[in-house]
Structures are given as structure tokens and as C-alpha cells.
Design a protein. Sequence first.
Length: 187
Amino acid sequence: MAESLDGLRVAFLVAPEGTEQVELTEPWKAVEKAGGRPELVSTEQGEVQAFHHLDRADRFPVDKVVTDVTSTDYDALVLPGGVANPDFLRTNGEAVRFVAEFFTVGKPVAAICHAPWTLIEADVVRGRRMTSWPSLQTDLRNAGAEWEDSEVVVEAGLVTSRKPDDLPVFCEHMVEQFAAGPRTVTG
């Protein structure tokens, strides 16, 4: 990863419980390694409980609550997966608002595994080529996305991947897209 994120602030949006730990920690490390400043954003103060599959893993301190931030506070957004994490986030109006703002202003977003559920709720997948955990393909197609079974799909600043095995290529493309900065918003 030769791209530099020097000084860029990157929001990692997660629910209080249910984030797949490695889908949080590996992109976090990639942002830090590239010189970026990751911040953990959640719907509640305190700590979030990560998981490894269905087993409880580590807890992580929340930096900001989603009601106190907007996309203008950050240069990019990461949406880790885990089944429960995006399922909770897509039912939280403030989380959905926060995600949608990044697309409104053309800032880059990276989403892995089940995280595209939150993108569907934010109504930002229509007409986009994407990937995800395979069980989301019908949901994404019904929301107007073109789903494909690939390690990573990059389109107009949106990076999506399927699962933890895809993290190396996901992180590489995520850093590239974050370094490239915002896209011009049309329409």
C-alpha cells in the first residue's frame, strides 16, 4: 500500500454489538499504516462489543456518537460487517443519515460482508456494481445494485468485499480510494 492518507480522518461506523472484529481491526490498521486517523463512531457512548463469528471477542472504545458527527467531520467511511452490526445500523435513522451523507458529497466509502445492508437502507446502491456476503445478493439486486461474486468491487469511490478472506485486497483498494479523495457528484 503505497498510498498516503496523511492527516485524513476516517470514520468506522459500528453498532454497539455485532461487528466482526477482523473486519474492524484490519481496515483500521491499514488506515493507520497509511498515515490516516481512524475514529470509532457508534450509536452509543462507551464501548462496542466485537465478535469473531458468533463468539464475543474484544471491546473497543467509542470515539464519537453518530448524533454528534456529520460527513464533513471525515474524509472517508468504513462499514465493517458482521450479521448483527449492519442489521442494527440500518434501523437507526442517525446511522443511515450519516452513511447517506458520504454519498451525497461524493466521499469514499468501504463496506465489507453484511455491511451493504446499511447502504441499502441509505438508498445508495441503485445502479452500482457491488459485492457482499453472498446471502445479501438478492437484497442488493432488489435495491437496484448489480451484484457480483468477486473479492473486491470498486466503483466511483465505493469499495465492497465479501468476507474476511478478502481483507488484504479490500484494504489495498480501500486505501487507494480514500487517498484519491471525493468524487464529483452528478444528478
